[in-house]
Design a protein. Sequence first.
Length: 301
Amino acid sequence: MWLLFAFSGPVLWAASTHIDKYLVEKYFKHSDTAVLMVFTAFIGLLMLPFIWFYKPQTLAIAPASIAVMMVSGILYMGAMLFYLRAIQSAEASVVAPLFQASTIFTFILAYLLLGETLSLVNAGGVALIILGALLLSFDSSFKFRKFKLRLLLLMLAATFVLALSSVIFKYFAVRDEFWSTTFWTYAGEALFGVGILLVPKYLKQFMTLLKTNTAPLLAVNGANELINLGGGLGVRFASLLAPVALVSAVSSTTTLFVFGFGVLLTLFLPKLGREDLSRANLIQKGSAALLVALGVLLANV
């Protein structure tokens, strides 16, 4: 059961990655990507009354716990900001493999903060998943892609902060209940969005975007944030049913789904995205898929 929820993340996030790239290129070439995070914050804010109606006890949490839960939401938003800055300067298929660092950070933090350990078979599965995902870091001639230092640092920052947010979420979700933790995490995300709008230049850019591209921006970004929301909830719930390092490893298959959706866009909607469909590239991606599939089987033993 946990595997189903864990896979909902990479599938939905892969779709979201392509939408992010589309949004950044079409609407944010001359705007800071921090403004895009305001939309993420608003979606979380809209979820709060629904969660409260379903679970009124969300308000009956110790103030110290609420503060740390909100920090988890703020950290998540910070990680996404680093990620958007990275994808603004590189293709989705180049950025996605760098998310594999999140698995390593999550394993270390889960061991230090949660006391979680993996069996040798599970650890082998995690290693195969990471290996399969890293295989996508090579170009079709099997030469390692040249990552710019800024891109690498941005993604390392994003994955570390994301891993820390995930571990904090699990700690409080197990102790205080899933929906209560989700409520205050979203509250932290909303607070992050408010903080962005308090910066005059970001507020000006946000208002300009709304005035010039109101309907398409709200429609596309709203749908994208709902997709992200579904993936995030699935992975967070999966982390309650299995070691968070295992869930993180499964989430690293996002790279494969990014490529898969890229192929579909190339074949049917080439104006929205293109992917290399050469024989060498397909063999490379197929090999990566087999390694990931085997790794998932071992991780689920």
